[in-house]
Design a protein around this ligand. Structure first.
Ligand SMILES: [Zn+2]
Length: 475
């Protein structure tokens, strides 16, 4: 009504007079007629909008590829249908690498298909808050390679944004560790970045542009995001290790064979339905489709296992995921952070991802992960070589000549390498060892040990267990 008056009478004296009359006499009446609620007192500002409830999640799942969520689909079905939890999912990549059993579509076209497959799969569980960072799908085992190709900073910024937007009580993600199994480096990268985001999202000094209020939220041209800092309460990890025994007692375990009280079918069936949408993927979607067609669900009946990363609300490792969690926010909890260890000697350690994880777990207060796989392990694809990075540290005041000797399993060979390394004072010498397993090594655990010494004095030994398996990703 006000607009009508303005449009037709703004150039006439009568219009101006009418407008003044309306503003003075009629406007309060128009306001009160529009709203059944009492008008705010004259000096009171309008209510400040709360965070958008449509995006609130109880659980945020952070994974690497479309179909990764199938690993825990039976638990998600339980949480969603029978515990009424809200779930959101963040995928690091669109799964644009890997084979396509449905047709020729590959790379970016395959990613476009897999994004839709993931959305349809999660819709079967009622999940529609699904985001994709769009990092490249990078097949391999070395988490540091994926952190590089994903553009670590960018992926972390996006993950922190989604944590602040969804305000989850719990984050579920891949185990940030090097295990034998599929052990995709993208899976590990998702676990690393989710852990970092868990520890950063509550800190207003991290990505501060995300948590600064916009100048005018209903207008255009704002350059800050208007989110609020958010501290999640618990983080749990799951794993695609070929042997999950190391997870026993480290976290809760959920049956897949129980019947869902609300859906009247076993959770494994709901998991198979969820999985069956990933039809481009032979080892997941097609398996789900076949199970539904044949009624043989044996691939879906394993329990869903988790490892507790950390809880900021108490409880034991094996307590239910939501034990100790009450609605509302908790204060930010800073992590220990990196602390250098003083040393004045020589030492030898595994480099690359193994060296990273040793520091990462301590820095993020999840030190117990170091005990999961006491002897570091690696998978080797049959016919491939094994690269092992070693670091010789010299914390002394003078250069040292360090001799390195390897103890190899029968039949393994080492590419020619010098035995003696000059290591400058207060420096590190990175050694890349390249080993070739024998052709008959498949299916056997093999232990490889290196020893370092100076003039006969042993300064350190490291051991790694290798398993030659077609399930191994390229190294
Ligand atoms: Zn994956």
């Amino acid at each position: 009504m006000k607009t009508f008056v303005l449009f037709h009478f703004r150039h006439s004296a009568l219009g101006i007079a009418l407008l003044v009359f309306l503003c003075v006499a009629g406007y309060p009446w128009i306001l009160s007629a529009r709203s059944p609620q009492a008008a705010p007192p004259p000096n009171q500002a309008p209510a400040s909008p709360e965070p958008d409830a449509r995006y609130k999640a109880d659980i945020l799942v952070v994974v690497a590829h479309p179909d990764d969520e199938t690993e825990i689909a039976a638990y998600l079905a339980r949480a969603i249908f029978d515990q009424h939890k809200r779930v959101a999912v963040l995928f690091g990549t669109r799964g644009d690498s890997g084979g396509n059993v449905m047709g020729y579509e590959q790379t970016a076209a395959l990613g476009a298909e897999r994004e839709i497959e993931a959305r349809r799969a999660l819709a079967s569980l009622g999940v529609s808050n699904v985001w994709f960072i769009g990092a490249p799908d990078t097949p391999g085992q070395n988490v540091l390679a994926s952190l590089e190709t994903w553009n670590h900073g960018n992926a972390l910024e996006e993950t922190v944004r989604i944590v602040r937007l969804t305000r989850p009580d719990v984050i579920l993600t891949w185990l940030p560790d090097f295990v034998v199994g599929e052990n995709h480096e993208d899976h590990q990268a998702a676990g690393v970045i989710a852990t970092e985001a868990f520890d950063l999202a509550g800190d207003p000094t991290k990505f501060p542009e995300q948590v600064t209020f916009p100048r005018d939220h209903s207008g255009i041209g704002n350059f800050t995001e208007g989110l609020r800092p958010w501290q999640p309460k618990k983080i749990y990890y799951f794993s695609d290790a070929s042997n999950k025994d190391f997870m026993a007692g480290r976290g809760p375990e959920y049956s897949s064979t129980e019947i869902s009280p609300s859906q009247h079918v076993p959770y494994y069936r709901l998991a198979a339905v969820e999985t069956s949408f990933h039809l481009t993927q032979g080892d997941t979607g097609q398996v789900g489709k076949e199970a539904l067609e044949t009624g043989n669900f044996k691939e879906f009946t394993s329990p869903v296992r988790f490892v507790l990363g950390k809880s900021l609300v108490g409880g034991s490792a094996t307590s239910d995921i939501f034990a100790g969690i009450s609605p509302g926010s908790i204060p930010f909890v800073p992590v220990p952070g990196y602390r250098p260890q003083a040393s004045s000697t020589l030492s030898l350690e595994l480099g690359g991802p193994w060296a990273f994880y040793q520091k990462f777990w301590k820095a993020h207060g999840i030190d117990q992960l170091a005990q999961l796989i006491p002897v570091p392990e690696v998978g080797v694809y049959p016919g491939n070589t094994l690269h092992v990075p070693l670091l010789i540290h010299n914390h002394t005041d003078q250069e040292q000549i360090v001799r390195l000797t390897a103890r190899l399993p029968a039949g393994w060979t080492e590419q020619a390498a010098p035995a003696n390394y000059p290591v400058r004072s207060r420096d590190v010498y990175p050694v890349e060892v390249v080993l070739t397993p024998p052709t008959n090594a498949q299916g056997k655990w093999q232990e490889i040990t290196w020893q370092a010494d100076t003039q006969g004095n042993i300064i350190g030994t490291v051991t790694i267990r290798a398993y030659v398996t077609p399930a191994a990703m390229p190294e």
